[in-house]
Ligand binder design. Structure first.
Ligand code: SF4
Length: 441
């Protein structure tokens, strides 16, 4: 029996899909390379932005027509399943099962139930939380692995649906995380990314390792070359975490630190708990601890109440900080959230116009930063062959920038010194060097 998982949204969701795939493969099912050839299609959903939700419904339309032509099992998992738990079956009567984010460990059970004509719709909340304890990294040799360290969020940013669909924060015990990473390292996987909605709150109020201590312990695990983590909240990032960037040689020189807006008025409406000045201070401290650190972020334009002056403040923050990359979005109202009832909606065309202006600024900054790397030699972990040319390999710098260069396939999975010869808007072109002469640009 073949299965296919379509994933929407963030790395957390990608990782949840890996967990489900791992369980299905252990049971003897095979991964189908294409949706059209699969007997079971699982759609792992994201409801953080309206666009992802629209894409989900459009895929469901396609699955409905496939289901009319041939027998397939269709399941919906993740945040939309949780958000729509009372109406999902009404809206999509052809689906066979649905699991909320805390119930994905029941995937096999759900598929077996369909075969016994007992559809499973499981939306248990965070209390159970066994899904974070699944270890999806048991499969074939890979180069990098995600490891969940916590799930859920207690922050209640006024635009965000995550606390309502993923529940409150639950941290995983450090001994289980360390065991999983030791097993990953034994299989030759070089890079580990720790995942959580707000990793800075890991083990908050619990008698277990706080996040910086967890990083230090992972840094001492033999075989792991690179450690990354997402996502950090600017309010919660501590001095001891910042110090880790200067002290731990395996911790990659990159942080994703969403700022969301450069205006204090909007940050307060968003319930973010920091000011634009406070954000800049954290950036300064990070750059003092680690001068070559790459900083990426998320931001939202067109939040209710945002006027031209607020938007200008966001533009100024982007210019001042000089981000390496930015995920920027026009605000979209989400169910359950506080901002849904805010006055001062920004007309869509104005929000989209601001977004285009902001993205143009950031494109220029990213391109200039990439060009500034020309001539430097960097350490690249080779992840595979390039999608664009069979002769090219592709990998990432420690600062998380994509580098393409020509080389033999036996370099896949290795750290290679590469000299950057061209900085493009979204990637770098390099040449492999013989002498390892690494400079973290
Ligand atoms: S920190 Fe805010 S934006 Fe991030 S998941 Fe929690 S509520 Fe959502």
């Amino acid at each position: 029996m073949y299965f296919y998982i379509e994933t929407f949204g963030c790395q957390m969701n990608e990782h949840d899909s890996e967990k489900m795939a791992s369980l299905l493969m252990e049971s003897g099912m095979k991964l189908s390379p294409q949706l059209d050839c699969a007997d079971v299609v699982v759609v792992n959903t994201c409801c953080v932005r309206q666009k992802a939700e629209q894409k989900f419904y459009s895929l469901m339309g396609r699955l409905r027509s496939i289901k009319k032509r041939r027998k397939i099992i269709v399941g919906v998992t993740g945040c939309i399943a949780q958000m729509e738990k009372n109406h999902l079956y009404e809206r999509l009567p052809f689906i066979d099962f649905a699991l909320g984010p805390s119930s994905i460990h029941n995937i096999l059970h759900a598929i077996r139930n369909v075969m016994d004509y007992k559809p499973l719709f499981d939306f248990s909340d965070n209390g159970g939380a066994p899904s974070i304890f699944l270890n999806p990294n048991k499969g074939a040799h890979r180069i990098k692995a995600y490891v969940s360290i916590m799930k859920g969020c207690n922050n209640f940013c006024s635009y965000c649906i995550v606390p309502y669909v993923r529940g409150r924060e639950v941290s995983r015990e450090s001994k289980d995380i360390l065991q999983e990473i030791e097993a990953i390292a034994r299989r030759g996987i070089k890079e580990v990314t720790l995942l959580g909605q707000n990793v800075n709150s890991y083990n908050k109020g619990r008698d277990d390792l706080p996040f910086p201590e967890l990083l230090k312990t992972i840094n001492s695990i033999e075989g792991v070359d690179r450690i990354r983590f997402v996502t950090s909240h600017p309010r919660d990032i501590s001095d001891s975490l910042i110090d880790c960037f200067g002290a731990l040689e395996k911790l990659c020189e990159h942080i994703h630190l969403p700022f969301q807006s450069g205006s204090d008025k909007i940050l307060s409406l968003m319930n973010r708990g920091y000011t634009s000045h406070g954000y800049r201070e954290k950036v300064d401290l990070l750059r003092q601890a680690c001068p070559h650190i790459a900083i990426t972020a998320d931001c939202i334009v067109g939040f209710p109440g945002e006027d031209e002056d607020d938007f200008e403040k966001t533009m100024r923050l982007i210019e001042d900080v000089q981000f390496d990359g930015l995920f920027s979005f026009a605000y979209s109202p989400r169910p359950y959230t506080k901002a849904l009832n805010y006055d001062g909606a920004v007309p869509r065309e104005i929000a989209l116009g601001r977004l285009a202006t902001l993205q143009k600024l950031q494109r220029n900054i990213t391109h200039a930063k990439n060009r500034a790397m020309e001539g430097y030699t960097v350490d690249v972990l080779v992840e595979g062959t390039s999608k664009h040319s069979p002769y090219d390999l592709t990998g990432r710098t420690r600062t998380n920038k994509i580098v393409n260069f020509t080389g033999p396939e036996d370099l896949i999975g290795k750290n290679v010194a590469v000299t950057i010869i061209k900085g493009y808007a979204n990637s770098l072109r390099g040449e492999k060097v013989r002498e390892k002469e690494v400079m973290h640009a």
